[in-house]
Write a protein that binds this ligand. Structure first.
Ligand code: B12
Length: 234
């Protein structure tokens, strides 16, 4: 067991050196209950490394009622950095003889039901990077939801981290601020049984895809309002 602790700490230190702000490890067993694409995505992997980068906080202070071109640029830079960190991490693990797979930071595979290959937020929660807030976003106690995420799957038996306590309590800042009332303001101790328990998905999709992605120099289905107002990020 000792070798894995050192190896785990070594890999985490390397990922931080590559530019990450947060890193944690989850067991893939429980994550097999997620909707995955392909469905056997986790079959040959027993660990999921969750990696987060902080998004420069100033960009959120400029967001009033819509995403800004600056936020769109920072959003794209964060995705590029995350994909690079995940790619390098996967290669380092492979060089050490372990099977590994980087999952794209922001790839939508199903534009009807709005799914990616795996939910980075679910992985991040199980890896102890934060709890799932009422906005359904991953909220870190120190930087709030002002983080973007990526996941690297691997078969090396890294030491597992544990989920942390949900600190949303009675707060409804995100629900009150959402311009389309997409966030129901429902709390949870662990995770929601379904997305619909907490969220009117279609309201968010229509606003982000139907309107915000058409704003000149934005061009992506982004918003940032539920991120901006969360008190844990301010
Ligand atoms: C599709 C998608 C969207 C869709 C649908 C959103 C949604 N909630 O699904 C739309 C276009 C609406 C969208 C909007 C936004 N998105 Co988006 N999106 C994605 C994407 C590509 C896939 C998400 C997915 O598969 N969802 C499927 C649902 C079912 O999963 P879920 O939302 O995580 O919720 C379930 C699980 O987490 C589960 N769960 C939690 N813990 C556990 C533990 C276990 C063991 C299990 C089994 C399940 C489980 O419980 C929830 C209910 O079932 C991810 C990237 C990725 N691959 O994760 C980015 C991502 C979620 N988006 C992100 C962001 C920031 C946004 C926006 C703020 C826009 C913006 N960039 O400004 C808004 C916020 C909307 C919101 N409040 O959720 C970030 C979130 C970062 C964070 N701090 O959490 C991500 C992770 C991208 C990234 N690389 O960082 N997005």
């Amino acid at each position: 067991m000792r070798k894995n602790n050192n190896y785990t700490e070594g890999i985490k230190a390397t990922i931080i050196e590559l530019g990450a702000d947060l890193v944690g490890v989850a067991d893939t067993g429980p994550l097999k209950h997620l909707s995955l694409d392909p469905p056997d995505l986790l079959d040959s992997f027993n660990r999921a490394i969750s990696i987060a980068v902080r998004v420069p906080t100033a960009v959120f202070e400029q967001i009033i009622d819509r995403p800004t071109p600056l936020y769109s640029s920072v959003y794209q830079s964060a995705n590029r950095l995350l994909d690079e960190i995940a790619f390098h991490t996967a290669n380092i693990l492979q060089r050490d003889g372990f099977n590994s797979l980087p999952i794209p930071a922001s790839q939508v595979l199903d534009r009807e039901n709005w799914y990616g290959a795996i939910s980075h937020k679910a992985v991040g929660r199980m890896a102890g990077l934060g709890w799932q807030g009422k906005s359904l976003l991953l909220v870190n106690p120190h930087v709030g939801p002002r983080i973007r995420l990526v996941t690297v799957l691997t078969d090396v038996l890294l030491k597992i981290d544990s989920p942390i306590k949900n600190l949303c309590g009675g707060c409804t800042l995100c629900s009150d601020a959402c311009p389309v009332g997409a966030i129901k303001g429902v709390g949870t101790k662990g995770s929601y049984q379904s997305r619909e328990e907490a969220f009117y998905l279609s309201r968010c999709v229509e606003k982000l895809v139907g309107e915000f992605s058409t704003i000149p120099n934005v061009g992506f289905p982004i918003c940032g309002i539920c991120i901006k107002v969360c008190s844990f990020g301010r």
